[in-house]
Write a protein that binds this ligand. Structure first.
Ligand SMILES: [Zn+2]
Length: 171
């Protein structure tokens, strides 16, 4: 197992739509193990493969720290098949440091995908599980929380990032 580097905005891989996984093979299982390790090391509750530079539709999640009824799982080629209600929740992202913004999401969703055993699975999520799933599925579609906030807030974040970079270069 290995801890991988988490790509940060504005890395171009984060803007790309990820490709579906054709076969759940040893390479995918290894990727999931590494993503799991990387997510835990970064104290994250979810991670999409593109965040570690692999542009395929794989996510890992463990929202157990927020909702103790939940535990770790990986999902391949996830797809939202039903949604209901609305909820505003302050989200952060390992790829968008120092950005915590309220985002509107579906309150409850049903998601279809493939398990690590290659089996078709369907799961229902609400609360933090539903929010985190939507966040990671957004990643697989090349969408960041920055794309879901106002243009003004996005510009403020970009300017702040630019300033920090310039400061970093001077130091
Ligand atoms: Zn994220």
């Amino acid at each position: 197992m290995a801890v991988l580097e988490i790509l940060k905005y504005p890395h171009p891989v984060l803007k790309k739509r990820c490709e579906p996984v054709e076969h759940v093979d040893e390479a995918i299982r290894k990727l999931v193990q590494d993503m799991r390790e990387t997510m835990y090391r970064a104290n994250g509750i979810g991670l999409a493969a593109c965040q570690v530079g692999v542009s395929c539709r794989v996510l890992v999640m463990d929202v157990g720290a927020v909702d103790p009824a939940q535990k770790f799982f990986a999902l391949i080629n996830p797809e939202i098949v039903a949604e209901e209600g609305e909820i505003d929740y302050e989200e952060g992202c390992l790829s968008v440091p120092d950005c915590n913004e309220k985002i509107r999401r579906w309150e409850k969703i049903r998601v279809r995908g493939i398990s690590l055993d290659g089996e078709a699975v369907e799961l229902a999520g609400e609360g933090i599980l539903a929010i985190a799933l939507q966040h990671e599925i957004d990643h697989l579609n090349g969408i960041l929380i920055l794309d879901r906030i106002s243009r003004l807030k996005r510009e403020i974040y970009r300017k702040r990032l630019k300033k920090e970079r310039e400061k970093g270069e001077r130091d």
